[in-house]
Design a protein around this ligand. Structure first.
Ligand SMILES: Cc1ncc(COP(=O)(O)O)c(C=O)c1O
Length: 461
C-alpha cells in the first residue's frame, strides 16, 4: 500500500487506521473467513466472478440475504447498502414487484425461443417511456452495446468506433482502449493495459478522445471513417465526470453532420430521472442502451433505436446472404426477464420512486459537501439523479484528470472503515446510489461515519 502524503490527510493516521480496520474485519467475520477458505478449493480466486475480490476487505464477504436497503452477511452483520450491486439493484434489493414477477412468470415457463405473450405490450411501454420506437433485448448491457456497435458498422458501412478516453461500456472489445497521444501516427489509441487473452489490435478499430473535448471529436469524425460514437452522457466509470454545458447537444449536432450514429449508454445514468438522461435532456440518440437495473436486477438489457436505424437494419438484412449474424444469445429475451422488465417499468420506474431517489440523493450530496467543508477538504461531489460520487480535489473535466485525482489507498481505507460500521459503498471509486427505499436517516448514518473517519485521518490544513 502506498500511503504517500497528500493535502488534508495524515498519511500515518491513514496507515494506522487501515491496519486496525483490517483487524476488526477479520475478528467480526469468522464465518465469511471459513467460507472463503472452503470456496478457494473450487473457484478461481475463491469467488465465482473475479471482481468479487475488488472490495477493500481482507477476504471476501459472503452474503446471506439482501432486502430493500439492507444486506446481511453470513456472520449476521447487517449493512446499509449504497452500492446496490453497482447499480443492478438501484431500485432496492428484491423489490416486491420483482419477487412477484419472478414467482408468477417463473412458474409459467422461463424460456422457449418464442416471443412471450406480453412482448407487444412491453415494446409499447419501452417506446412510451424512453421515446424510441424500436427495441431489442439482450441479457447484459455488454451485449446490447456490442450489438448496437455491430449494427452501426453494418448500417453505415464504416469500420471505426469513437469512445471517450477512460470509458467503460462492459467487456466490449472495441471499447477497451485508452488514448495514447504519443502514438498519434499509429492512430493514438491502444488496448487497455491488463486485458487477458486479447488477440487483436483494438486500437486499430477505435479512436478515443477526451470527454468534453468537442474539437477532438470533430477532428476524428471529419475523417469520415467513424460508424458510431458510443458514450455515457456522464462518465461514471472513472470517477464521475459531468458534461460541460452544451457539450452533449453539440455531440448530437456533429454526429449528425458527419453521418455518425450516436449510441447513448445509460446503464448507469438511468439514475438521472424517469426515462433516463437522454429523455430528460432531449439528446435524440440513434441508439439508447440500458442494462443492470432495467429489469429490477434480473439479467436483462435493452437497446432502442430510431425509425431511420430500423430502416437501415432492414436494408442490411435484405442485402446479406444469410448465415449467423454474430448477434444474440440463447437466453436473451426469455419470458422471465421480460416479465421482470415489465414489472420494473410499471412498478419501479415510477414518478414517485424517482422523486424519492432524487430527494435523498440531493440531501446526501449536500451533507457530503458540509462534511468536506468542515474538515477543510477541497473534495467535490458529482451527482446525476440518484447516483453520487465524491472525488478528491476539483471536479474533473475528462477521464485522465479524474484518474489522476483517484487515491485508491484512501478509498479502500474509507470503504473498509464504513463497512465495519455497517455501511457499504461501491468498491470502485466512491460511488453511492440512493434507492427509492433509502431515506435521509440512512444518508445521515453514512454521513456520520464518514465524518468520524475523516476526523480521525485528517491533517491540519
Ligand atoms: C456504462 C456501462 N455500460 C455497460 C456496462 C456493462 O454492463 P454489464 O456488465 O451488465 O454487461 C457497464 C458496467 O459497469 C457500464 O458501467
Amino acid at each position: 500500500m502506498n500511503y504517500a502524503r497528500r493535502p488534508g490527510i495524515d498519511s500515518e493516521a491513514l496507515r494506522r487506521m487501515s491496519e486496525r480496520e483490517r483487524t476488526i474485519f477479520v475478528a467480526t467475520h469468522p464465518e465469511s473467513a471459513r467460507l472463503a477458505r472452503a470456496s478457494a478449493a473450487h473457484w478461481l480466486n475463491g469467488v465465482p466472478m473475479h471482481w468479487m475480490r475488488d472490495w477493500s476487505t481482507p477476504h471476501p464477504l459472503f452474503v446471506r440475504r439482501a432486502q430493500g436497503v439492507e444486506v446481511e452477511d453470513v456472520d449476521g452483520n447487517s449493512y446499509l447498502d449504497f452500492c446496490f450491486g453497482d447499480t443492478g439493484a438501484m431500485f432496492g434489493h428484491s423489490p416486491p414487484a420483482i419477487a412477484r414477477a419472478l414467482a408468477q412468470a417463473g412458474a409459467m415457463g422461463i424460456t422457449s425461443m418464442l416471443p412471450a405473450e406480453r412482448v407487444a405490450r412491453v415494446g409499447e411501454k419501452l417506446a412510451n417511456l424512453f421515446g424510441l420506437p424500436f427495441w431489442q433485448m439482450t441479457q447484459t448491457a455488454t451485449d446490447a452495446n456490442r450489438y448496437a456497435l455491430r449494427w452501426a458498422r453494418a448500417i453505415t458501412a464504416r469500420q471505426r468506433v469513437l469512445v471517450f478516453d477512460g470509458c467503460y461500456h462492459g467487456t466490449v472489445d472495441e471499447t477497451l482502449v485508452r488514448a495514447v497521444p504519443e502514438l498519434k501516427e499509429k492512430g493514438g489509441t491502444r488496448a487497455r493495459a491488463g486485458l487477458i487473452g486479447m488477440n487483436h489490435d483494438v486500437g486499430a478499430t477505435t479512436d478515443a478522445v477526451p470527454f468534453n473535448d468537442l474539437a477532438a471529436v470533430e477532428r476524428v469524425l471529419a475523417r469520415g471513417r467513424t460508424a458510431a460514437l458510443i458514450a455515457e452522457p456522464v462518465m461514471t466509470n472513472i470517477g464521475m465526470v459531468l458534461p460541460q454545458e452544451g457539450f452533449l447537444r453539440k455531440l448530437r449536432e456533429v454526429t449528425r453532420k458527419h453521418g455518425v450514429l450516436f449510441i447513448v449508454d445509460e446503464t448507469h445514468t438511468l439514475s438521472t430521472a424517469r426515462g433516463g438522461y437522454a429523455r430528460a435532456q432531449n439528446l435524440e440518440p440513434d441508439f439508447w442502451v440500458c442494462g443492470k437495473a432495467i429489469a429490477g436486477a434480473m439479467p436483462c438489457a435493452v437497446f432502442g433505436f430510431t425509425a431511420e436505424v430500423e430502416a437501415g437494419m432492414r436494408r442490411v438484412q435484405e442485402d446479406r446472404a444469410g448465415g449467423h449474424s454474430g448477434m444474440g444469445t440463447t437466453l436473451s429475451a426469455n419470458a422471465l426477464a421480460l416479465a421482470c422488465l415489465e414489472a420494473c417499468l410499471d412498478e419501479l420506474m415510477t414518478p414517485s420512486n424517482y422523486a424519492a431517489m432524487e430527494a435523498t440523493a440531493s440531501y446526501l450530496s449536500e451533507g457530503l459537501g458540509r462534511v468536506f467543508a468542515e474538515e477543510a477538504l477541497d473534495w467535490h461531489v458529482a451527482r446525476v439523479g440518484a447516483r453520487l460520487e465524491f472525488g478528491f480535489g476539483a471536479p474533473a473535466r475528462d477521464g485522465v484528470e479524474s484518474e489522476r485525482a483517484a487515491w485508491p489507498e484512501l478509498e479502500h481505507a474509507i470503504h473498509l472503515y464504513l463497512l465495519n460500521r455497517g455501511v457499504l459503498l461501491t468498491p470502485f471509486h466512491n460511488m453511492m446510489l440512493c434507492s427509492p427505499v433509502t431515506t435521509t436517516a440512512h444518508a445521515d448514518m453514512l454521513l456520520k461515519h464518514l465524518h468520524d473517519c475523516l476526523r480521525e485521518i485528517g491533517s491540519e490544513p
